[in-house]
Design a protein around this ligand. Structure first.
Ligand code: SF4
Ligand code: SF4
Length: 386
């Protein structure tokens, strides 16, 4: 006999969700395109993330205790083809926000927010170690009278040993291009991406406002970020708080340095590579060409495309706060992405996001592909300068 699920409709809940999504949740007309496109369907046989039905329950104001609301990686794959333009990830973030208020959150997540509160980063790392990645390099404190840009390192590139190599490669590139830059050292503020992704919106707003204030106090008019996640926050959310600075991802900045003739690649890098579009650079911010132009300017480097790329690129699985949640070994999107790269026969899977690098390096081991290297665009570019 089919089991009947009894649903309790809660009007107040619907009103809250409607208000928090500025009415967007009401737009969904249940076509199901989102469920079909969501990458969870590719890794969970017979148990995809039923985005459509979660949205229906939300529209009905049905209290949701589904753990599924924590699965969304905010990859925007579904949003790119939703005929009603529903900002699905934002709806998920609002549902997560309500789960926080009702104290229904997965174990481990409160400590991520506490870490931002105490340490100014979600990785439980000491704030006084934030600038240690730059040891031995000449990285000055940002001074608006001397520097054209603030290099916003971001917490992952500052603390994660693997991602630190990307920050160091960027310093080498900035110096080669004669860029006058500085950082805020240990005083660099948090971008708030983790709080936003996990749906803790009021705190996220506080973090972004604080960052905008710190930048204003330091005379920052232009910043260049290592991570597409920080870039997304500063580009798309900070302006809501009267922030008076422009944000760029480092691939956009380096691309401009190349076109202006400030940066030149002179050394051959004879590698065959494929580029993976990070969701927060590509689909979320429509930047597909800058990283490709940088790679194509490197002498000796051959670039090929994976079968699904640009708007159709598969997510690595690290966005939407998933970096702070467990994903079982058989359900990692990155395993499939590594397979996509292997199918092209390349030596290097290149990306431009510290989260993608972490996910892919795990998956290279899981899939058993020891000959496939995972590198950042900045690392390859740094190999091409004297
Ligand atoms: S694709 Fe858009 S309109 Fe269709 S079910 Fe999903 S959210 Fe609703
Ligand atoms: S944003 Fe990505 S992970 Fe989230 S529901 Fe849409 S397709 Fe699935």
């Amino acid at each position: 006999m089919t089991q009947v699920e009894h649903l309790t409709v809660d009007d107040a809940r619907w009103d809250t969700l409607f208000e928090r999504t500025r009415g967007a949740v009401a737009l969904c007309y249940q076509c199901g395109v989102c469920t079909a496109l969501c990458p969870w369907g590719q890794v969970r046989e017979g148990k995809p993330l039923s985005v459509r039905s979660l949205l229906r329950r939300a529209q009905l104001g049905v209290p949701d205790d589904h753990e599924d609301i924590w699965l969304c990686t905010a990859c925007a794959q579904c949003e790119s083809l939703c005929p009603r333009g529903v900002p699905v990830a934002e709806v998920f973030q609002s549902l997560r926000g309500m789960a926080w208020e009702e104290r229904r959150v997965p174990k481990g997540l409160p400590s991520v927010l506490w870490s931002i509160y105490w340490n100014n980063n979600p990785w439980s790392q000491p704030p006084s170690h934030r600038s240690r990645w730059a040891k031995g390099l000449e990285v000055p404190r940002f001074d608006p009278s001397e520097h054209e840009v603030l290099y916003y390192v971001g917490c992952t590139a500052a603390y994660d040993r693997r991602a630190q190599k990307v920050a160091r490669a960027l310093v080498k590139l900035f110096q080669a291009a004669g860029v006058r830059f500085g950082t805020l050292g240990d005083e660099e503020p948090c971008c708030g991406d983790a709080a936003k992704s996990l749906g803790y919106t009021p705190y996220f707003e506080e973090i972004v406002q604080n960052a905008a204030q710190v930048f204003a106090q330091n005379g920052v008019r232009r910043l260049v970020a290592t991570s597409p996640h920080c870039f997304d926050t500063f580009r798309n959310y900070a302006p809501r708080y009267q922030a008076d600075f422009e944000a760029e991802h480092y691939t956009q900045f380096l691309d401009r340095c190349l076109s202006e003739g400030r940066l030149r690649f002179s050394r051959e890098v004879p590698l065959r590579v494929t580029f993976h579009d990070p969701c927060f650079l590509g689909r979320r911010n429509d930047e597909y060409e800058a990283p490709r132009r940088i790679l194509d300017a490197i002498p000796g480097l051959e670039r090929v495309e994976m079968a699904r790329s640009r708007q159709d690129a598969l997510c690595c699985g690290g966005g939407g706060g998933r970096m702070w949640m467990e994903t079982s070994a058989g359900e990692r999107f990155a395993n499939l992405r590594v397979q996509d790269a292997l199918a092209t026969g390349v030596q290097v899977l290149v990306t431009a996001c510290p989260f993608c690098i972490a996910c892919f390096e795990e998956s290279v081991k899981a899939v058993g592909a020891p000959n496939l290297r995972v590198m950042d665009v900045a690392e390859l570019a740094a190999m091409a300068i004297e």
